[in-house]
Design a protein around this ligand. Sequence first.
Ligand SMILES: [Zn+2]
Length: 240
Amino acid sequence: MLRLVSYLASLALVAVVLVAGGGTAQADGCYTWNRTLSEGASGEDVRQLQIRLSGYPGYGAVLGLDGQFGPATRSALVRFQQAYGLAADGVAGNATYSRIYSLQDDDCTPVNFSYAELNNCNSTWAGGNVSAATAKANALVSMWKLQALRHALGDQSIRVTSGFRSVACNNAAGGASNSRHLYGDAVDLGSGPHSLCRLAQQARNHGFNGILGPGYPDHSDHTHVDHRGSRFWSASSCGI
Ligand SMILES: [Zn+2]
């Protein structure tokens, strides 16, 4: 009897969760959007949306995170909606927000990546070339780009081998003195299940201005991606 009661209680809980998921005003542990957003809108809620869309700028492009919903943001949103089988209307409403809520953890990282994974140097994010807050914010954007890359590659895992580095960690790793790892936005990816070339090639679609892979010196065992200020892609063994 107790087991039956507990079973019925869990059914009821499932029903409540399902109803909440389909409702209009869903609270999220990270961030909740309270209005529909379309071209012409501006504000912090637009900027929060842009961070989640940063992996959908189109080939070779980088989405600005300026809080202004312009044509590039609309195009990124359409790509995101298409990627997840939503009505691709370029308007962020409940369907888009529900999908984003399902993709983010309470600390705002995408579900398949974590701050710890992007920093095996220290836990404070200090000691790099930017403030700890900036390094961490940069890493968050990298993770959303990686989440888009991961989804495009069939939702198979992506292996992060290095992310943020303090100056001390970067020196110990033998990194270049101007390495983007010092800014928190660089990520090294290892092979398996995807090849390093597959990762480098696909990364061109997901907002990475920096891509270094096989064929570039010291990159035979990983593919490096970052968001430096202007494009530099080199992975000659991969046709890049
Ligand atoms: Zn690197």
